[in-house]
Design a protein around this ligand. Structure first.
Ligand SMILES: NC(=O)c1ccc[n+]([C@@H]2O[C@H](COP(=O)([O-])OP(=O)(O)OC[C@H]3O[C@@H](n4cnc5c(N)ncnc54)[C@H](OP(=O)(O)O)[C@@H]3O)[C@@H](O)[C@H]2O)c1
Length: 237
């Protein structure tokens, strides 16, 4: 089994790589030239490191990256810096999602695609509705914060551009406020948001997000349960 991890140098992506390796899954990561890679990762024979920015890759190269992978996990996020939040590429996540899906579709692969999304995404297709206050906050964020718009477009691509009969297998995992913890703890998965990410946010540890995403890769029963859905994940309180 082989998995392609995008954003593997990030806080959650690193944990995804570690958990895949622990389960004897071959991993291919794409990291920027500037990314700092732990020596444990760079010396691990089960991890293939491709250097470069996937945003600059031609579709042919993206097809090469994807074609022998059983799953693709995207943990991209804009860096929390002026350049990361307001500079290019403003469509880092949504363009990547579009390109990966195009590669999977044109190669006619059965690859699982897992997107790390956010509870800021409201899945109206399953009846989620924003309160008046949330509508205002999200509208302001969409205008003022390019990464928010990018994350919304990325999830919309899966929810609206691919219907449930599509041959593309995807799950968009929605964590709430991310925190760091050393170990996997009990967590809960919901089909819909059960609390407001604005007025009553919950906590989700990155290690639990990575655990759930890797479970989706390895556990076909779980995959069938969540395929074409946008599960919300919280730490158990
Ligand atoms: N913060 C929260 O509470 C929260 C809640 C729910 C969901 N989320 C979402 O969760 C996702 C991941 O979170 P995280 O904390 O694990 O993120 P992170 O540590 O910031 O990792 C982001 C990854 O994206 C890569 N990246 C950033 N800008 C890039 C660019 N221009 N070109 C190529 N790669 C780029 C980074 O590469 P480098 O290492 O090279 O910088 C890194 O690998 C984000 O999309 C975020 O929106 C966040």
């Amino acid at each position: 089994m082989k998995a392609l991890v995008l954003g593997g140098s990030g806080a959650t992506g690193k944990l995804v790589v570690q958990q895949l390796v622990k389960r004897n899954i071959q991993v291919r990561v794409v990291v920027r030239e500037s990314a700092i890679i732990d020596s444990k990762i760079s010396h691990d024979k089960s991890i293939e490191i491709i250097k470069g920015n996937i945003n600059d890759f031609e579709i042919a190269k993206i097809k090469d990256l994807v074609q022998d992978c059983d799953s693709v996990i995207c943990c991209f996020g804009h860096n929390i810096s002026l350049k990361g939040l307001f500079g290019p590429p403003r469509k880092l996540v949504s363009n990547t999602v579009g390109n990966i899906i195009e590669a999977i579709q044109t190669l006619n692969l059965n690859t699982k695609f897992i997107l790390m999304s956010t509870t800021a995404y409201t899945n109206k297709k399953i009846g989620e509705v924003n309160t008046f206050g949330e509508k205002i906050v999200f509208a302001v964020l969409k205008v003022l914060l390019p990464p928010h718009k990018d994350n919304m477009l990325a999830a919309d691509h899966l929810v609206y551009k691919l219907d449930s009969n599509s041959n593309i297998n995807w799950v968009a995992v929605r964590p709430d406020s991310l925190i760091d913890e050393d170990n996997v703890s009990e967590y809960e998965i919901h089909n819909k948001k059960i609390r407001s990410p604005i007025s009553n946010p919950g906590k989700t540890s990155r290690i639990n997000v990575s655990h759930f995403m890797v479970e989706l890769v390895t556990n076909d029963k779980l995959w069938q349960e969540w395929k074409h859905k946008t599960p919300v994940i919280f730490n158990k309180e």
